[in-house]
Design a protein around this ligand. Structure first.
Ligand SMILES: [Zn+2]
Length: 111
């Protein structure tokens, strides 16, 4: 028996376009199709609406991002650059630390 055919996003392509291109295509498409984390509500419900347009199914938040991923390395750099100009005018908020109290409960059992 021959090996079973590999299934994936390239199942419709067959032997076309070359193995290297198909592998790259798989990498991009799997990243595109999997749900991403919403920058607004934190739920993993972000899907791509169109090229560079991402929308959260949970809270309806629509935002611009990368063509195949909601956030790109270049986008992060651009965001930091934009933030940097604003940071000078903005006053820094005091950081709040959540204190977690650890209570130890000891139960004494007599046999
Ligand atoms: Zn959301």
């Amino acid at each position: 028996m021959p090996k079973t055919k590999k299934v994936g996003p390239t199942r419709g392509l067959g032997p076309r376009y070359g193995a290297t291109v198909r592998k790259r295509y798989v990498k991009v498409i799997t990243e595109l199709k999997k749900p991403h984390r919403c920058p607004q509500c934190g739920f993993v419900r972000v899907k791509r609406v169109s090229v560079g347009v991402w929308s959260c199914k949970k809270c309806g938040f629509t935002f611009a991002g990368g063509a195949y991923t909601p956030s790109t390395k270049l986008g992060a750099v651009a965001k930091r650059a934009a933030k940097g100009s604003l940071a000078a005018a903005q006053a820094s908020a005091p950081a709040t630390e959540a204190e977690v109290e650890v209570t130890e409960e000891t139960s004494e059992e007599s046999e």
